[in-house]
Design a protein around this ligand. Structure first.
Ligand code: SF4
Length: 231
């Protein structure tokens, strides 16, 4: 029964009635197990928000399996909660902001946590992002992460705005694809290791996407669409 409700919640995450029914039935165990940090292989992932400004056709959040953890959050966690969940990442190859949402929706929180990680553990920090940070926070937003984030993986996902809107369905509408490219370009000289990535999805021109990355002067990667999130 619980699992059926979990599936309903995952499929209808914006439905207040389903959330209410689940919470009424199961209380604070709630829709979600409130997992803020989890490990995959030797990486530690931080799940800081479920909000996202895309609604991608291939989003892992739409699958019942997800990443193997229930990453739906009953509410947005605070700084202290995330620090406690992070623990000591000393044995991890990197700490990755990824979650079931777009981490840079909470840019200042990502900045503060990254600063804490650098000061306390010196770990490598990576952000996986949809590249909408400038649309959310204004031009030059990546400057706030200078010296704190070592790697950034930006999802390009299409070679032009038309296909991007078809596949990623961005809430910012037309022009979002250009904004993603501009954001990636703005990371050059700020973040040491930058990768533009695409999901191997029908109709995507991988060659043209690779050219966009080459023109900016950043790395390029194709992610398999196999139900497994961007590692
Ligand atoms: S950007 Fe990522 S989290 Fe947002 S909808 Fe697309 S795949 Fe899902």
């Amino acid at each position: 029964m619980t699992e059926i409700l979990n599936i309903l919640v995952r499929r209808h995450k914006d439905c207040d009635i389903i959330k209410w029914a689940f919470n009424t039935a199961f209380g604070e165990r709630n829709l979600k197990d409130f997992i803020l940090a989890y490990n995959i292989e030797d990486r530690r992932y931080l799940n800081v928000t479920n909000r996202c400004t895309n609604n991608c056709a291939f989003c892992i959040r739409k699958t019942d399996v997800g990443v193997g953890y229930n990453l739906w959050l009953a509410r947005e966690p605070g700084l202290q909660e995330i620090k406690e969940a992070l623990g000591d990442p000393a044995g991890c190859s990197e700490v990755v902001f990824c979650g079931y949402g777009e981490p840079l929706v909470r840019l200042d929180l990502v900045k503060d946590i990254s600063s804490y990680i650098k000061d306390s553990f010196g770990s490598v920090v990576r952000v996986n992002t949809n590249g909408h940070a400038d649309l959310l926070h204004g031009r030059g937003s990546v400057e706030r992460l200078r010296g704190l984030v070592d790697r950034i993986n930006i999802s390009l996902n299409a070679e032009n705005d038309h296909k991007y809107r078809e596949i990623c369905r961005p809430s910012f509408g037309p022009g979002t694809h250009d904004a993603v490219i501009q954001f990636a370009a703005s990371c050059v000289g700020v973040i040491p290791d930058i990768t533009l990535s695409v999901v191997d999805w029908p109709g995507i021109d991988i060659v043209k996407c690779r050219e966009i990355a080459e023109n900016i002067g950043v790395a390029f990667r194709v992610r398999k669409h196999d139900g497994i999130r961007q590692a």
